[in-house]
Design a protein. Structure first.
Ligand SMILES: NC(=O)c1ccc[n+]([C@@H]2O[C@H](COP(=O)([O-])OP(=O)(O)OC[C@H]3O[C@@H](n4cnc5c(N)ncnc54)[C@H](OP(=O)(O)O)[C@@H]3O)[C@@H](O)[C@H]2O)c1
Length: 318
């Protein structure tokens, strides 16, 4: 089968297309023909091994798994003897730690995988799991509840576009912050208020929120803490400059009444099933910026690394 492979960490050009053996499913696995996958910020981080500590998971000297790619949508080609939830021909979507940038992948039945939402294309379904799973993890860690107010900074990215829709669905009052060119899109995702950061600094308008979610790792607790209500939480997706965010997390546990939290993605089948339900109820949609054929994976990585994508970037496999 055709697959993207890499044998060393580095810039996008370490990636190439190669013919490799098609995987064979174990008893508890499905073989999926991939129709669409994505390139996201995690794919770029794993490829470049930044931060360095990612190597403790992916291999210290070189990548343990040669085929990158996490999000996937496709058709079940074969099933192992113990598989009961899926059958050959089913359309599925989900996420796996590696191996999705290929024509086929084997994935456990118990993995974060579900039947593709009815009426959704493979491209759209592939673009659902990553951003939405991180947004859900951040809401849990911030204990976001119905009726609370949340400000989402960086509302136009993969995590941001997911967060706006998921916070609205939770019954929160959502203020989204983005660039002028994204105001219309972000409003269409359901934000109650949209602040254009090129025209207004939300930290200076006197409004306060229960939760401030920095969905793009570009804001800070220091700059936004006065916009938090007493007892409010600032939740971050990144470790921050010189990894100061974990330190703030510890300090704010003991000092002051405002907390700093970090969201860490945990992909679960429960979340994927929840997202499927939301999509089928018309309450969630994937935002796609660009589509690239698998062969143009280097270009796709270069674009994602600009930090300027709107929502998600899809790789079409077939
Ligand atoms: N904790 C975890 O487990 C985990 C896992 C994966 C990713 N992450 C982190 O999650 C964050 C979000 O990832 P993502 O894929 O959603 O990002 P993304 O899609 O690459 O975000 C790009 C969007 O952010 C906007 N943006 C860029 N700079 C901005 C700024 N200074 N202020 C406001 N908006 C800005 C861009 O629009 P404009 O520039 O036009 O405004 C663009 O639409 C990243 O920091 C990533 O490292 C964390």
């Amino acid at each position: 089968m055709r697959a993207v492979v890499y044998d060393r960490y580095g810039p996008p050009k370490v990636l190439r297309i190669e013919e490799v053996e098609r995987p064979v499913p174990a008893d508890d696995e499905l073989l999926v023909t991939i129709h669409a996958t994505t390139v996201n910020r995690t794919d770029c981080g794993l490829r470049s091994a930044k931060p360095f500590m990612t190597r403790f998971i992916t291999g210290i000297r070189r990548p343990k798994n040669r085929i990158p790619g996490m999000e996937l949508a496709g058709e079940v080609e074969a099933v192992g003897a113990a598989v009961t939830e899926f059958k050959v021909g089913d359309h599925v979507f989900g996420v796996k730690g590696f191996g999705a940038h290929a024509e086929f992948v084997c994935i456990r039945e118990s993995a974060p995988l579900a039947h593709k939402p009815a009426g959704m294309t493979f491209d759209e379904a592939a673009a659902v799991p990553d951003g939405a799973s991180l947004a859900l993890a951040c809401f849990r860690t911030a204990d976001l509840r119905t009726g609370q107010s949340i400000l989402i900074y960086g509302a136009s990215g993969s995590v941001g576009t997911a967060a706006v829709q998921l916070a609205k669905n939770l019954g929160a009052d959502v203020t989204a912050v983005c660039n002028t060119k994204h105001v219309e899109l972000v409003s269409s995702l359901g934000a109650d208020e949209v602040v254009d950061y090129t025209r207004e600094d939300f930290t200076k308008n006197g409004k306060t929120y229960d939760v401030i979610f920095d969905a793009v790792g570009m804001h800070s607790f220091r700059r936004s803490r006065r916009s938090l209500k007493p007892g409010g939480t600032f939740v971050e997706t990144d470790l921050g400059f010189m990894w100061h965010v974990p330190l703030l997390l510890l300090l704010t546990r003991w000092i002051g009444d405002k907390r700093v939290k970090i969201g860490v993605t945990r992909y679960t089948k429960k979340d994927i099933l929840f997202l499927k339900e939301l999509i089928e109820a018309g309450k969630y949609r994937a935002v796609i910026d660009r589509r690239y054929p698998l062969e143009d994976v280097i270009e796709a990585h270069r674009y994602v690394e600009t930090g300027q994508k709107t929502g998600n970037v899809v790789l079409t496999v077939r």
